[in-house]
Design a binder for this molecule. Structure first.
Ligand code: SAM
Length: 182
């Protein structure tokens, strides 16, 4: 994303819960001076980590959200970062593969999921499930992008799910003002 963002009017914050990833990123993206780096835990509220909620036009969650214990809670927390009209872009692998389990299954995080009504046996969910969870969490609009071809059976399939936060308070059927959850 960085080469296509206008450097003169972009502020980008690269985050991870692990300083190892943020320091590697700082090295790799050093030619993009508009990028800042900080620790951020997707399972904790932005404010409790010193991050102002409602400030970001775009939040990119790349292959991270599947690590959480509760997807619904994490989506609610992460979406609080968005400014009105802002977009959450979720990039996730969407199909279980035995060889992937053999590698990442050795890490504790892979098996942390406790939302067994959504994820009964495996941390990854389909693009449709991501879209449903985001719509249920109150996103104003949701779209998914998936590779049309599925000819390489052994490779992990990645999907992009986009969810947009509503622009402003909306009025319900009785003409009463109410605020979208996000
Ligand atoms: C599969 S890696 C993806 C790394 C990177 N986002 C990318 O796309 O290349 C999963 C990442 O999630 C991070 N992670 C694990 N738990 C997290 C949490 N609670 N909050 C934020 N990041 C977390 C790990 O440190 C790791 O960097």
């Amino acid at each position: 994303m960085l080469p296509v963002l206008p450097a003169d009017r972009t502020e980008y914050v690269f985050t991870d819960v692990s300083p190892w990833f943020t320091s590697r990123a700082a090295e790799r993206f050093r030619d993009h001076p508009f990028v800042g780096y900080r620790r951020y835990d997707v399972e904790r509220s932005p404010e409790s980590q010193g991050i102002e909620a409602g400030r970001f036009d775009l939040v990119i969650a790349a292959n991270v959200l599947h690590v959480v214990a509760d997807l619904r809670a994490a989506l609610a927390t992460v979406s609080r970062l968005l400014a009105p009209g802002g977009v959450l872009l979720v990039l996730e692998a969407t199909r279980p593969l035995a060889w992937v389990d053999l590698i990442f299954g050795l890490t504790e995080g892979w098996w942390r999921f406790a939302d067994h009504d959504v994820r009964a046996r495996h941390p990854l969910v389909s693009a449709e499930t991501w879209a449903r969870l985001l719509a249920q969490s109150g996103a104003a609009d949701v779209a998914t992008v998936e590779a049309a071809r599925d000819d390489v059976e052994l490779l992990s399939r990645q999907a992009i799910v986009l969810a947009q936060r509503g622009l402003a308070p909306v009025t319900d059927a009785n003409g009463l003002g109410r605020v979208r959850r996000w």
